[in-house]
Write a protein that binds this ligand. Structure first.
Ligand SMILES: Nc1nc2c(c(=O)[nH]1)N[C@H]1C(S)=C(S)[C@@H](COP(=O)(O)O)O[C@H]1N2
Ligand SMILES: [Mo]
Length: 516
């Protein structure tokens, strides 16, 4: 067989193998099995520090677009590597296409990728969108991956042979259709498989997080308790878990005397606590709405840790979600009675997107620490790090005091002649787990301040809502600023010393135009 023909046949067979493999991965993804399509992205994203990560996100237009690009380039990369693999295979196999040793092709195209994949992706293999325990999930992911590469290998080898060997029929005459015609047959199969893949992508797309990831809660609609459907939402996932609670369990292990496994029913046996707590994302901007408030019901984490009996060298608690998201909190914080394992949100079962069946609530710490879809609680030494910590967020994860003006809107216009009542100025103030004791407003960009009324006091762990009335005079442009004082008496400030990736501090300001 000529070199050119071998390259061509290898390319076609390799590409077909790549298409078949990718379609099967999509099928597995539709069955809630973790595949390289997303876990490669999970694995790589921890190597991108927050600075480049944010600028990348800015360049591509947000987290959602970044996820699109992540999955898209994984698929493209997979097809390119498959085609290249096919070409190399073609060059080796061209001397004797009919007798390719299965030992060799299976070693190179099946065993090698499995071993390399297991090593490279080890930390993220234990992902299961249906909520399988981490060790089981790891096995399921590996079996799924093995199936994919095995199908690639078979498609490549058989496809290549189909293109390259001459079929001798029993009547003993040679039937040798042009390689082009056979390539056409394989292409048709490839197009059909790709069609199936596209249909699966559509199905997965509808289930994907794109429609709600980054949901904000701010402005006119803000009420003391955020309705579940409007609660802000952040997820690292392309498709979020939908846990089957019968498959799920909660493990407590690591540096403890008594390891334990709890079923969901067991948790309901503990005495429940109900508590109002506000969550805010570390990336929440001064004017943004990645912050919401709800009433959570669950079990204090302490009750499970007491039974586990942490060893004396345990210093942190690493929390694992079924989506292989992890984060850590200090053991001290874990032992506070307000650190909860929540299974209800505003009186109903925890919604899927907020972590069903179980999530952690860590009052006063950024949203990152409130791990959703919790499946493992691991006691560790002082050095353990979580997903975003590894990326380089932090080191400070304690929410600073923040406040926001929700009404009027930025760049609102009023005219004195048409005003027959004072302008209502409203907003929220959040003091981590320290509460809010005072809110002040300035209408002259911070030169003078006056008190606003706190009309909803949320308690130590929640935001407070405030309002005041404003009768501007004379006409002109006004800069409104809000500042809060937390329950410990500390006034909100711009913390110069605070690192770039420990959340922004400072004041929300809005510009209002008042005409005569
Ligand atoms: N398992 C898991 N937990 C997670 C995340 C995640 O992607 N996976 N995202 C975190 C981030 S960054 C934030 S801000 C909060 C958001 O919680 P919410 O979507 O319920 O508002 O969840 C945190 N917990
Ligand atoms: Mo977040």
């Amino acid at each position: 067989m000529s070199r050119t023909k071998a390259i061509f046949a290898g390319l076609v067979a390799g590409l077909l193998g790549g298409i078949v493999m990718t379609t099967v991965m999509l099928l597995l993804a539709a069955l809630d099995v973790a595949t390289p399509l997303v876990i490669i992205g999970d694995r790589l994203s921890v190597f991108i520090p927050p600075g480049p990560f944010l600028s990348l996100m800015g360049k591509v237009g947000g987290y959602n677009h970044l996820k699109h690009i992540g999955v898209g380039s994984t698929i493209a990369g997979q097809l390119v590597v498959s085609a290249i693999g096919g070409v190399i295979f073609g060059l080796f196999a061209r001397r004797n296409p009919a007798r390719v040793s299965a030992i060799w092709t299976i070693s190179i195209f099946v065993l090698l990728p499995i071993v390399a994949g297991a090593i490279a992706l080890w930390p993220v293999l234990g992902t299961s969108y249906i909520g399988l325990p981490i060790d089981v999930a790891r096995l399921v992911t590996l079996i799924g991956f093995a199936l994919c590469v095995f199908l690639f290998e078979r498609t490549l080898v058989l496809g290549f042979q189909f293109l390259a060997t001459q079929k001798i029929s029993q009547q003993d005459y040679e039937f040798t259709p042009a390689i082009g015609r056979r390539a056409f047959v394989l292409s048709a199969i490839g197009v059909a498989a790709a069609g199936g893949g596209v249909a699966l992508v559509r199905k997965l797309y509808r289930a994907a997080t794109f429609s709600y990831d980054g949901t904000q809660y701010k402005g006119r609609i803000v009420e003391p308790i955020t309705p579940n459907e409007l609660f802000y939402c952040v997820t690292k996932n392309v498709v979020d878990p939908r846990v089957n609670v019968d498959l799920w369990h909660l493990e407590v292990n690591g540096l403890v005397q008594n390891r334990a496994t709890w079923r969901f029913q067991d948790l309901l046996g503990f005495e429940a606590t109900e508590q109002e707590t506000t969550l805010m994302c570390i990336s929440n901007g001064l004017d943004a709405g990645l912050i919401s408030n709800a009433i959570w019901k669950g079990v204090p984490l302490r009750d499970l840790l007491d039974q586990a009996a942490p060893l004396s060298n345990a210093a942190r608690v690493r929390l694992h979600g079924v989506d292989n998201y992890t984060d850590t909190i200090p053991l001290e914080k874990a032992m506070e009675p307000t650190t909860l394992l929540a299974y209800e949100m505003n009186g109903v079962q925890l919604p899927h997107r907020h972590g069903y069946p179980l999530r952690v609530i860590v009052p006063g710490y950024f949203g990152e620490k409130h791990v959703k879809w919790l499946t493992r609680i691991e006691l560790t030494d002082a050095n353990a790090k979580g997903f975003y910590e590894t990326q380089g967020w932090g080191p400070d994860f304690i929410a600073p005091t923040r406040s926001r003006i929700d009404l009027p809107e930025y760049e609102s216009r009023f005219s004195l002649g048409e005003l027959n009542a004072p302008i209502e100025v409203k907003g929220m103030a959040y003091g981590g787990d320290r509460g809010i004791s005072r809110v002040e407003l300035s209408f002259d960009d911070g030169k003078t301040w006056r008190d606003a009324e706190i009309y909803y006091a949320g308690g130590d762990l929640s935001w407070s809502l405030w309002k005041t009335e404003w009768t501007p005079d004379p006409a002109g442009d006004y800069v409104l600023v809000v500042r809060a004082t937390d329950g410990e008496g500390d006034v909100q400030e711009f913390e110069e010393e605070r690192g770039w990736f420990s959340g922004v501090t400072g004041f929300h300001k809005i510009l209002v135009h008042v005409a005569a």
